[in-house]
Design a protein around this ligand. Structure first.
Ligand code: NAP
Ligand code: HSE
Length: 438
């Protein structure tokens, strides 16, 4: 055991992740002290309601409601922010950095919106700001992008980076479970955000993609740069039809660099069944990164939950503690994009994207309807790959059409859909899902 003074840890938040961090710190103090070079002492945790019943019942540290007792206390060296949300979390991180504290955060919203500014502030105050837990839960992916993959020009990222939605999609696909029931289970298991809207609308994945793309492409990508669509329009029949066509449905976060253009997007996709990403189920995440030298590398593991996320946080804490013990104060993360920004990269809009599409329509069941729809698509330069008529309802006089297309420009598809949606023979445009080529 080291004779160094203890490194003080202050927790902001003692919910799902905070409890996981506290439990891990308390359960193996000697092993962590050995790796860190000094004992790690959990000083106190900030919460909203100290009287609330908590999973962590044995607590040899006080709960406080005054943030200053964590942010500005002389016995705290490292502040661990696991509150969630933009404010007050961002303001607290800023205060901690200004007070000369190192900060570890699991907060992708704050990093996606304010990361570059906070990293610059950490640099200015000669402290570290680490955020491994902000993307992929227990999967190490920020570290590899900051260090091990730096020799590469990254070409693309394709990632399943939201455990809640992957859990829901898996339950819907495999058990035909109702969306709301699957979401309730994900919440109970501690995967979901305090407000699960961020999960199901693709916002959480968009935050994480902004963080990854900023590091991977050495440019500044913020949350508002990432167009996102969620999973709420998906129905059991979409999974059934997709399977018949040889596809799984996944919520993918995609960033691709091509000839000086960067495209970033989050939306459900049809993925060929045989691909690795199509087989990633439950709360597992997978991040596929393609570099010019390394080719494709895939990081896979649990992307949410108390213990996996605690793993990422403790890794950051131990690394900072080592730097403190070694007398090293220089932050490893300095500028906006974690290094000089790449010049001349243009963010390409979704409208310019070209993909294949899966389209599900509810139409009037009578002769000539299919021809009419094919004509509208043709007039917009969209070529049909296959059409299947499904689930005719004679009583309602309606039928369902599932159409797949050859690659077509997004802008053209949106214009065609607007015309199709106005047609008197179309009862509803149920779903438009992009197909991700292998
Ligand atoms: P959570 O269970 O809702 O816990 C939030 C904690 O913060 C609670 O202890 C709450 O206090 C406290 N808190 C919130 N606002 C506060 C305020 N204004 N003042 C004082 N205390 C406040 O959330 P979580 O799931 O642990 O997530 C925390 C962070 O980790 C988020 O950024 C999330 O995105 C990230 N993350 C979560 C996971 C996961 O699997 N859950 C995985 C990776 C990253 P009370 O207990 O008194 O209400
Ligand atoms: N709500 C997030 C998810 C937690 O479901 O992936 C991990 O960031």
């Amino acid at each position: 055991m080291s004779t160094q003074r203890a490194i003080g840890i202050g927790l902001l938040g003692l919910g799902v992740v905070g409890s996981g961090v506290a439990e891990s710190l308390l359960s193996k103090p000697d092993a962590l002290a050995l790796r860190a070079g000094a004992p790690l002492a959990l000083r106190r945790a900030l919460v909203r309601d100290p009287k609330k019943a908590r999973a962590l019942t044995t607590r040899p540290f006080p709960l406080v409601t005054d943030p200053a007792q964590v942010l500005e206390s002389p016995d705290v060296d490292i502040v661990v922010e696991v509150l969630g949300g933009e404010e007050p979390a961002c303001g607290y991180i800023e205060r901690a950095l200004r007070a000369g504290k190192h900060v570890v955060t699991a907060n992708k919203e704050v990093m996606a919106k304010h990361g570059p500014r906070l990293l610059a502030l950490a640099n200015e105050h000669n402290v570290q700001l680490r955020f491994e837990a902000s993307v992929g839960g227990g999967i190490p992916v920020i570290g590899p992008l900051q260090r091990d993959l730096l020799g590469n020009d990254i070409v693309s990222i394709r990632a399943i980076i939201n455990g809640t939605t992957n859990y829901i999609l898996t339950e819907m696909a495999q058990k035909g479970m109702d969306f709301a029931v699957a979401l309730g289970q994900a919440q109970q298991l501690g995967y979901a955000e305090p407000d699960p809207t961020n999960d199901v609308q693709g916002i959480d994945a968009a935050y994480k993609l902004a963080v990854l793309a900023t590091l991977a492409f050495h440019t500044r990508v913020t949350a508002s740069d990432v167009p996102h669509e969620g999973i709420t329009r998906l129905r059991a029949k979409d999974f059934r039809y997709a399977r018949e066509l040889g596809y799984a449905i996944k919520l993918l976060a995609i960033a691709t660099k091509e000839q000086g253009n960067l495209t970033v997007r989050v939306h459900p996709v049809l993925l060929p069944m045989e691909t690795l990403l199509a087989k990633v189920d439950g709360a597992f995440n997978a991040i596929e990164i393609k570099g010019d030298l390394t080719g494709t590398v895939t990081f896979h593991g649990l992307g949410a939950g108390a213990r996996p996320t605690a793993s990422a946080i403790l890794g950051d804490v131990v690394n900072i503690a080592r730097a403190i013990c070694g007398g090293e104060q220089k932050p490893m993360t300095a500028s906006a994009a974690d290094g000089p920004e790449e010049q001349g990269l243009r963010l390409r809009s979704m409208a310019e994207l070209s993909t294949q599409f899966y389209l599900r329509l509810n139409v009037v069941d009578r002769p000539g309807v299919l021809a009419l729809i094919a004509t509208v698509l043709g007039e917009h330069g969209i070529s049909i790959a296959a059409v299947v008529q499904k689930d005719a309802d004679p009583a309602a006089g309606s039928a369902e059409l599932v159409i797949t297309t050859h690659p077509a420009q997004e802008a053209r598809m949106q214009k065609a859909l607007a015309v199709i949606g106005r047609s008197s023979v179309v009862r509803e445009v149920n779903n438009l899902i992009r197909v991700e080529a292998v």
